[in-house]
Design a protein around this ligand. Structure first.
Ligand code: MG
Length: 340
């Protein structure tokens, strides 16, 4: 039985019975309930939704017949009482299940509904709650060590070091902790160099933890340094690189590390990354601050820091960069020790 009675109200001769319908049960289940009422000799006058509850719940009011005679009213009330006993007994097993979930009862109608976020009109676009870091026009969201990267035709390209006067990383003015990031990049075409000198850049979360950008198309290099790698630590699960000159997309979820009050590591950073829609890192723990040719380690830092795009002296181009800061609810989804 999918209908769970939650309230009963007598208003004059009318008896209203509110029932709660589990999302995985259909209106048919409720009709079965209504049929049980009819078995007790009372017609169902009308049934109406009273709104969609949280988590897909529906509440429905069954308005029973309005008897005119006092005797009929007594019969009706008796029928409802008996039906309640039947339905309550039928749903007793379900109620055992309802009690075991960690954050609330299963299908709890009072659980807050998810916040509405309007997605972009086109795939890859910034949703309504995103912080847009580059939309093809302005580089105001960034500061460069040696000035902004030039923008032309909606595309931002790493300038040559001869022009900028030296290494010129781009740093977001806003700081972030846990984020979802979208970014599109294009490796130089035709490629002119090899290995780590071909289309090298990188996304440095919190200016510390690098997800590598490289021209990974037929460009042999060390596995933990190719595109999709957690640089110096984890090679990508697969090589999903497009050819140089083609636009490529990164969609990354980064969870910042947590530290104890004494500065020791409580929980490492984690990264999930899709390159061109292909999973290359799946909730991968990061080893620590990215460092060349050394084993990474952690040093305690604050909860937020800028995102940095790396200048590795290669004219990689960028467009459509946005992030969504994530709430604590998006992090630490592990079950507790008792699974609740
Ligand atoms: Mg790099």
């Amino acid at each position: 039985m999918g209908c769970v009675p939650v309230a009963q109200r007598h208003a004059g001769p009318t008896v209203a019975l509110a029932v709660q319908i589990r999302p995985d049960h259909s209106f048919r289940d409720c009709r079965r309930f209504a049929f049980k009422l009819r078995q007790f000799g009372e017609p169902l006058n009308r049934a109406s939704n009273v709104g969609n509850g949280h988590a897909g719940y529906r509440r429905r009011i069954l308005m029973l017949a309005e008897p005119t005679a006092r005797k009929d009213t007594q019969n009706l009330r008796q029928s409802v009482r008996m039906a309640l006993v039947v339905v309550t007994a039928a749903s007793a097993a379900e109620r055992v299940d309802l009690a075991v979930q960690r954050d609330g009862r299963v299908h709890d109608a009072d659980r807050p509904a998810p916040v509405v976020v309007t997605p972009a009109a086109a795939p890859g676009g910034a949703p309504a709650d995103a912080v847009v870091l580059f939309d093809g026009r302005s580089t105001d969201a960034w500061r460069g060590d040696r000035g902004a990267w030039p923008v032309e035709n909606g595309v931002m390209t790493i300038p040559s070091r001869a022009k900028s006067g030296g290494e010129n990383n781009l740093v977001s003015r806003q700081s972030f902790g846990d984020v979802q990031l979208h970014l599109e990049f294009r490796s130089p075409n035709p490629p002119t160099k090899t290995s780590q000198d071909r289309g090298n850049s990188g996304i440095w979360f919190m200016q510390r933890y690098e997800v590598q950008i490289l021209d990974g198309y037929r460009n042999p290099t060390y596995a933990d340094g190719t595109v999709g790698a957690v640089y110096g630590w984890k090679p990508p699960l697969v090589n999903a690189a497009r050819r140089p000159g083609e636009w490529q997309s990164y969609d990354i979820v980064f969870e910042r590390p947590r530290f104890n009050a004494d500065g020791t590591l409580l929980r490492p950073a984690y990264v999930t990354a899709l390159l061109n829609g292909v999973l290359v890192q799946n909730h991968q723990a990061m080893l620590g601050t990215t460092i060349w040719r050394q084993v990474a380690g952690y040093k305690a830092h604050g909860d937020a820091a800028p995102i940095q795009l790396q200048d590795h002296d290669s004219p990689v181009a960028f467009r459509n960069i946005w992030v969504r800061p994530l709430t604590e609810a998006a992090v630490a989804q592990d079950l507790t020790k008792d699974g609740r």
